[in-house]
Design a protein around this ligand. Sequence first.
Ligand code: CS2
Length: 483
Amino acid sequence: MMSPRLTGLADLPPGVERPRYDHAALGIGILHLGLGAFHRAHQAVHTDDALAAEGGDWRILGANLRSRDIPKALNAQNGLFTVLERSVSDRARVIGAHGPAIGGDAAAILRAACDPAIRILSLTVSEKAYGIDRTAMDADPAHPAVAADLAQPQAPQGVLSIIVAALAARREAGTAPFAVLSCDNLPDNGALLRAGVLGFARRRDPGLAGWIADHVAFPATMVDRITPATTERTLTDVEALTGHRDLAAVETEPFSQWVIEDHFPQGRPTWEAGGALFVQDVRPHEAMKLRMLNGSHSLIAYAGQMLDLPHVRDAMADPALTALVRRHMQAAGATLPRGAGLDPEAYAAALLARFANPAIAHQTRQIAMDGTEKLPQRWFAPAAEALQADGDARPFAFATAIWLAWLTTQEQAPDDPRGPALLELARKAGEDDDTLTRSVLALPGLAPPELAGNAGFTQAVRRTLTHIRRDGLRAAMATELAS
Ligand code: CS2
């Protein structure tokens, strides 16, 4: 196929959904950091719905701190891109919510963040990019970007430093601050990012930190839409449906959910038009999502890697693994607060159907990345709470054993900021599963100390780990299901 590049809406076929508003006439109001597939399939679509419903100068200026490919593609396409919703049949929708984009130019991002038109700065930069010590609730001076930015404050490169520098400049100029909206899968993401920003600002100027504490909103959010990485297949399917080559296209599932704390002093798009839910307290919703969806995703990811199941949907075609996923969801659901209006059973049923979507090829390898960043909120926090409440922590011990068993099969450092440290621990432990279990769980900030120090939990992990290494994961799964 040699189709023209997507640059306008005029010659799109009738079946393709397009912005129901004059997108080019609306101004920019949001600076978004992290133009990955998830942002384009989620917040961009919700913003498109909001603009269609009520207009407003709320289009998004997108930016990547490092990678230039997507910004370049968006700029060549006048900000337009296609979202391919995959289910029984595929649906293509062109999104108009994005304006120009910046790639790999921190100075330009900082300039944009100082523009008074920017009233929200949102982020999907992934868990590891923040540089926040979650135990200390402070900026992490050992994080590479934070360390570099503390050494060279005049040329900020990392997330915390850019936010702090922009807020400092706005304060100086008498410009009202933007609201800072983290859309990453981190527990209590608003409070966490606030703590990181204040910690970084304090090192620079305590007066500035006090001003940020008093004047800047950090609403928390829960975000959800299963979005596999874009592949060449995504692009050719989009091309077949739209008649255009789109180098910023994404594919995703039909489901989308966004729960947001309504704290935007300078206003916000009417995101509720696209189904976003505004609540007083996001935490129960977020715990349900992180523990049930993401927690069982991580179980599927490591089990899938061990069992040669390349996609989540393959795991859902495996009855034994599906039974263990159900069990995991149930244990995770049991840790959730009561009386918060949650329905964990209905949520679990919906998740199983979403995971099984035959049209979505979500790679277990992709989800297995960055385990040390993801597992604290997905497995270890609920496991500690389950123990505390005399509940069922066994499914979490089982999942942990699979992760460790998978680690022992890795010849190179896994794709994880602590990959080299994990590999080193696995090498040192050799066949000694007890040492491996204890040393990994003792990594700072990974598991709550009361979990890492709980003999019942660590022994359960160790026993299953040995069983997997000796008899294989299939045998350990059978034992688990029989118990
Ligand atoms: C996944 C998430 O890659 C992962 O770790 O668990 O990206 C997951 O697909 C999304 O959070 C779904 O909303």
